[in-house]
Design a protein around this ligand. Structure first.
Ligand code: MRU
Length: 356
């Protein structure tokens, strides 16, 4: 089945598919400078929490690889600049910071072992490629755990795009749907368009259509209508950050879907890697919410659709844990009370992760 490739490390640089141009055009860029990678993340050439993490890891690798530093000390100081530049791109997705932390840890390990700059550079490239490889294995494991919760047949709903484009693997929420579909469940996906950036209409509809999975595109204000009709068996979305108590930040609009799901007795699930957990914060109140440009609300693909008035654009909202029936991860399924189950999965540890 078709799997989109949003990002790839090559000898020529980091290749990215421009997600802003989909579905009309499939345009790829090759980046050789980490500042270009940071700009690509900020401007949504690449988006989706895990894919942002992969891009950040590759951005660090590019920065180290192309550094003119002549000593480990000089490279260390440049490493900090590279990492800070990438950290300032998008604030909500914790995968970005997870990937930067991981690259930093590897840099510290390698520079203790050797002062050979060529060897250090090679190890950083290897680490970034490893981050990408692991995302693929992670998605497949999430898909297997989550598929069990999908109905044998009928409608399921998602939000935004948590597919291959958003992870570099098979996707988290769409990975669950894909695995369930491949197992023979006769699913039909309701795809809310996800204003204002239209990740549902432009990206999820494109991915599902190319993958041969039946779908119906709906506008965001049709969600309640379809849930009330009683034919949706499950809702599964991705996540950008999950607090210790299970409160989950995801694309704006997810909260209202979860509330409507509860009202209509439809189970609402999150599919996300353990790297999305932020156990340092007790609840969703502490999740930083990215404010994007109001022009993304007043304009549709560059065309003005509203008068020149004030517009708000919080890019994410927080769904309280009480609306979430379960969280599918690569290490298993978390359930209430999330304070316990998330902590258990987080410390279920490396041994499990490496057997993926
Ligand atoms: O602003 P975006 O497109 O990066 O937001 C993406 C989402 O909200 C996704 O649902 C989330 O990152 C999970 S992607 C597997």
């Amino acid at each position: 089945m078709y799997v989109a490739q949003p990002i790839e490390w090559t000898d020529r640089g980091v290749i990215m598919l421009d997600q802003r141009r989909l579905p009309a055009e499939e345009i790829f860029y090759t980046y050789t400078d980490y500042r270009e990678v940071a700009k690509a993340i900020r401007e949504m050439v690449i988006r989706g929490a895990p894919a942002i993490g992969v891009a950040a890891a590759m951005g660090v690798a590019l920065g180290v690889l192309n550094s003119p530093a002549k000593s480990v000390e000089a490279l260390r100081s440049e490493f900090t600049d590279i990492s800070d530049t990438l950290a300032k791109t998008r604030p909500t997705a914790v995968d970005l910071f997870w990937a930067l932390e991981r690259m930093k840890r590897r840099f510290a390990e390698v520079t203790v072992q050797t002062s050979d700059l060529a060897k250090i550079k090679q190890e950083m490239v290897e680490e970034a490629r490893q981050v990408h490889l692991e995302k693929r294995a992670t998605d497949e494991a999430i898909g297997r755990f989550g598929a069990e919760f999908m109905p044998r047949e009928g409608q399921v709903m998602t939000q935004c795009n948590a597919g291959a484009l958003a992870t570099g693997g098979i996707g988290t929420a769409l990975g669950v749907i894909r695995v369930a579909y491949e197992q023979g469940r006769k699913l039909h996906v309701l795809v809310p368009e996800t204003r204002p950036y239209l990740q549902g209409a432009r990206l999820t509809a494109w991915e599902l259509h190319k993958g041969g999975i039946p779908l119906t595109l709906i506008t965001d204000n049709m969600v309640g209508h379809f849930l009330k009709a009683g034919k949706v068996g499950a809702i599964v979305t991705g996540a950008d950050r999950i607090a210790a108590n299970g409160d989950t930040a995801n694309k704006i609009g997810t909260y209202q879907i979860a509330v409507l799901a509860k009202e209509n007795k439809v189970p609402f699930y999150i599919a996300a890697p353990v790297s999305t957990f932020d156990l340092s914060i007790p609840d969703g109140e502490h999740i930083p919410i990215e404010e994007r440009s109001a022009a993304e609300v007043t304009h549709l693909q560059g065309v003005r659709i509203a008068p020149d008035v004030k517009a708000a654009h919080p890019a994410f909202d927080v769904t309280p844990a009480r609306y979430i029936a379960a969280i599918f991860t690569e290490r298993g399924v978390a359930r209430h009370p999330y304070n316990d189950s998330l902590r258990a999965l987080a410390s279920a540890g490396q041994s499990l992760a490496t057997t993926l």
